[in-house]
Each structure stands twice: as structure tokens, then as C-alpha cells.
Design a protein around this ligand. Sequence first.
Ligand code: GLN
Length: 318
Amino acid sequence: MSYPSGHPQQYNPQQPAPQQYNPQQAAPQQYNPQQAAPQQYNPQPAPQQYSQQQPAPQQYEPQQPAPQQQHGRSSRMSDSNLRLVWVYPDLLSTYGDRGNALVVERRARQRGLGVQRIDVRSDQAVPTSGDIYLIGGGEDRPQRLAAERLRNDSGLVRAAENGAIIFAVCAGYQILGREFINDLGEREAGLGLLDVWTTRGEGARCVGDVLAEVDPRLGLPQLTGFENHQGVTHLGQGVSPFANVQVGRGNGTGDGTEGAWRDTVFGTYLHGPVMARNPAVADMLIKLALDVNALPPADTTWYDALRAERIAATRQPA
Ligand code: GLN
């Protein structure tokens, strides 16, 4: 028996057919932050995931006061739950970039914070009330579709205007900029949240492991990651390089810069996932969300092992 084309059983929500998407219909009214049940966006409440799979009481300190209480400073967060938005997992999630959401969530829970993880597919409206937005990398066509939808939706731009923290990788980074070259070879408008623009590199694709020193103002240790992109990203006056490469290509402009940032908006070319290799980056986002300078310590044994392995391998390629 064969199903006629368009039979509902052929529909796979993981792979929404772009043709079916009509931005006119992608109704913000489908999602009303006031009304929408959080469960809609958090189908797998995470505490059980972690407590069942990784019962590590020595790492998790629920008794510990929430960091903002400890430091007595005001927080960006409206309540004690960190609202973590993972933007367009169906289009932008190459090289395990989903791991960034897992690590931010894990690092927050290790500090006794509640986390509301909100995965927003590309046929859903981006909520404006998130604290941290994460965006991953993507191939050229999904990247164009994601840019179109994010421009039409405008939720991410409004969130940024409200001071939300945004961390984007590779294609996501390019989309945050003013424009990039799409899969059709045309200039495609980005969101203009970072003063960068991306052209198509004439030379070989930038592929390989990266080591970089992060902008010292961000107080982060050496960055390790993996890059794979054709785009070359140029930085305008309104941003600073996120890092400078010691190994690898980064922005691909030949000046050694890697990524870009301003205020609470960050873009990088690094996969890895970058948060798994550099948990201090996840901690930085959490500190920004809480508006604190420090967090209670949390176990980094496995992260340190991964970091050491990748840093050694990058210094001495096989
Ligand atoms: N498609 C973009 C490029 O090649 C981004 C690739 C990626 O996200 N890995 O430049």
C-alpha cells in the first residue's frame, strides 16, 4: 500500500518541508507567551533527564543559594528560571551544536538554577522573553531559509532589543550579521544584530581544529573548537573580534580574528560543540543572564579532559 502524496503520515516534524511554509501564515498568534503552556516548548523537562542519567550529587548543589542571592545583585531574569531558547533546531544544528544548549542547561542546573528550555522550530514564532538564545550552524540552503524566517518573525530582533543574550555559531553567526551570500550566490540580508557581513571565500573551505585567545575583556580561557565554513566574515566598527586564532582560520579574513561580539550578542565560527569544549563560555552567558561576576564552582572534570585532548591534538595534528 502506498500513501498518496501529502498524506499526513509522510510528514516528519523534524524535517518541515520549506515549501509548505508561508511566512504570512507563520502566525505569532500560534504562540502567545502569556498563554502558551511551557510544556509546549519543553517536551522533555530536563531535571529528570540529568538526575536519572547522571546522578552526580557532588556536582549538583540544590542547597546552594541561587547565585543572584549570593551576590545580591539584580538579575536580567524575571524569575529564578533561566529561559534558554534554542533557535531552529530543524534548520541550524550542524556538528552537534545542540550540545551548546545541553551544556548551558547543565551548567545552570549545577548552580541550582531552574531552566526552562524552549526549542523553537522554524515554523514556530521565536518568543521574545528568553534570557539566552542559542543558534547553531547550518548548510547553505537551510541557512537561507532560517534567515528568511527570522527576518519575517522578528522575535529574535525584539529579544535583542530587550537586552537578551544571544550566542550564535557559524551559519547562525552569519545570519546575525548584516548580510551573507546565500546558496543561490545572492546577497541575503541578515538580522543586523552584529556589525559584520559575510562574503564567499574564493579559496579553500576553512576546515579544521581551532585554537584561539578570547578578547581579554571577556575573561575566558583559551578557546578550542572546530570550524567548517566557506564564508569569510568582515567586522565593522560596531563589534570586536570574539577571539584571535592561534591555529585555524576563524573569520577567514587573514587578520587572525575569530567571531565577533558586542554587549550581549556573540558570534563564533567554532563548533565542537564549543560549549562542551569551553564550558567557561556557557558560564559567561549564565553570568550575563544573572548579572553577576562569578558563579559557584561546578565540576569540570569531563570538560577538562575533552579540552586537554583537543588542545593537544590541535597543537600536534596527526
Ligand atoms: N553555510 C555557511 C558557510 O559555509 C555556514 C556553514 C556552517 O554553519 N558550518 O559559510
